[in-house]
Design a protein. Structure first.
Length: 425
């Protein structure tokens, strides 16, 4: 059962990130249809994240109370309605409104999915499980790009959006009928105890926890990486076409290649982290240093495309940059959940929602920087790349220096319980 749950969470992430990224893949026809400037396009990209951080926190908190299955099913139905509603969009204000609403109801998915996967897997597999969920995001954002580009080219961008609405509806029925809320009855009793503690949270202590170096710099590292997530979704297709001079078909294939290779890289990093944790039970060496080192290397590879503009190098460097920097996405939630295990959904939502503030900032900043460069588009893109690479590099170093996760006394017990419980599921 746990693998069925994980596979469906993977495909839910595919839909979630396909919804995010399809607007970037359809950027050229949408900008042409509505006669949009780069600054206006940055506004479209940013609008998705205006409510995303807030709803991510509230949605995950509701999932802690009501159950992940109910909340995920509800928001997936709303995605369906919104994606079919794209057929009625006729002007820029409606496009922005659609993106705001879609972001509001997609915000809770990632933190709930991470927390839900955390229920089903023991500590030695948590990094791998979360990397699978993150992998679904990369598949949705990049690997399915050729399919989405073909739908956009043949049927138009509105029909392509509606097709994702149909996929959301199918996922809803599969998740409701093929999964259950918790692994076993014993785990359900643990969840009841956790829910009983929800009313007893000391807000002062909770805020102190969020301001601790571990929570703060994990969130900032996630924030810096998520700027890249947004850039890959909103600006990468345009960058490959306008700066690297690729055709739409070449762009779609390149995006898919970057997606496939990067998934293999950050899943490999997650598996290395899990292996080290299983071996030494040391959070700093197995989680923090592995992620920090990956982020630093990824930032260096990303910045290299400012110097080497050869298409082959650009694709290779982006594969490495995306795969290495994304290591924080599966491991970060594991660190945050460890800080307050009884409120895993809430802790993860704070991480992801705070990071997703980058979604508001990144498209606007990128659009503004490119506009400042005037007619020199390549210079504008290079400046935006330098800005993002510097952020990831700085916060990767700070992450290594200041993040010191608490040593959970329940880790070993949970791992043993998890192994027994999950064998029966």
């Amino acid at each position: 059962m746990r693998w069925v749950v994980l596979i469906l969470l993977f495909f839910g992430a595919v839909i979630n990130f396909a919804d995010k990224s399809i607007v970037g893949l359809a950027a050229v026809p949408i900008m042409k249809e509505f006669d949009l400037s780069y600054a206006e396009w940055g506004l479209v990209g940013s609008s998705y994240y205006w409510l995303y951080p807030v709803t991510g926190i509230f949605g995950a908190a509701w999932a802690d109370r009501l159950g992940a299955k109910k909340v995920l099913g509800s928001i997936m139905l709303i995605w369906t309605v919104l994606q079919f509603g794209v057929l009625a969009i006729t002007a820029l204000p409606f496009l922005i409104l659609y993106r705001i609403l879609l972001g509001a109801f997609e915000g809770p998915y990632s933190p709930i999915a991470y927390s839900h996967a955390d229920k089903w897997f023991p500590p030695k597999l948590k990094g791998f499980a979360n990397s699978v969920v993150v992998g679904g995001g990369t598949v949705g954002a990049m690997i399915v790009a050729p399919i989405l580009v073909s739908l956009i080219t043949i049927f138009g961008w509105k029909v392509a959006f509606a097709a994702l609405g149909a996929a959301s509806l199918v996922w809803f029925f599969l998740f409701q009928f093929l999964t259950k809320e918790n692994p076993v009855e014993v785990h359900e009793q643990v969840q009841k105890k956790k829910k009983a503690k929800l009313e007893k949270i000391n807000m002062k202590d909770f805020l102190v926890l969020l301001a601790s170096p571990t929570a703060l710099f994990t969130t900032l590292a996630y924030f810096s990486t998520y700027i890249l997530v947004v850039w890959f979704s909103v600006w990468l297709p345009i960058y490959l076409v306008e700066a690297i001079k690729m055709t739409p078909g070449q762009m779609g294939t390149s995006v898919a290649i970057i997606g496939v290779v990067s998934v293999c890289i950050y899943m490999g990093v997650s598996m290395i982290s899990d292996h080290l944790f299983k071996k030494n039970q040391n959070w700093r060496s197995s989680r923090v240093y592995v992620v920090a080192g990956s982020m630093i290397l990824g930032a260096l590879f990303f910045s290299s495309i400012m110097i080497f503009q050869n298409p082959i190098w650009v694709i290779g460097a982006m594969c490495l940059a995306k795969g290495l920097t994304y290591a924080i996405l599966p491991i970060g939630p594991t660190i945050m959940i460890n800080e307050m295990q009884e409120r895993g959904g809430l802790m993860t939502s704070i991480l992801t929602s705070s990071g997703n503030i980058a979604g508001i900032v990144a498209p606007l900043v990128t659009g503004y920087i490119i506009s400042l460069a005037g007619g020199n588009q390549l210079l504008g893109y290079n400046l935006s790349i330098l800005f993002m690479a510097t952020l990831v590099l700085v916060f990767g170093i700070l992450f290594a220096l200041f993040v010191k996760p608490v040593k959970s006394t329940g880790n070993q017990a949970n791992e043993q319980t998890g192994d027994i419980d999950l064998k029966s599921s």
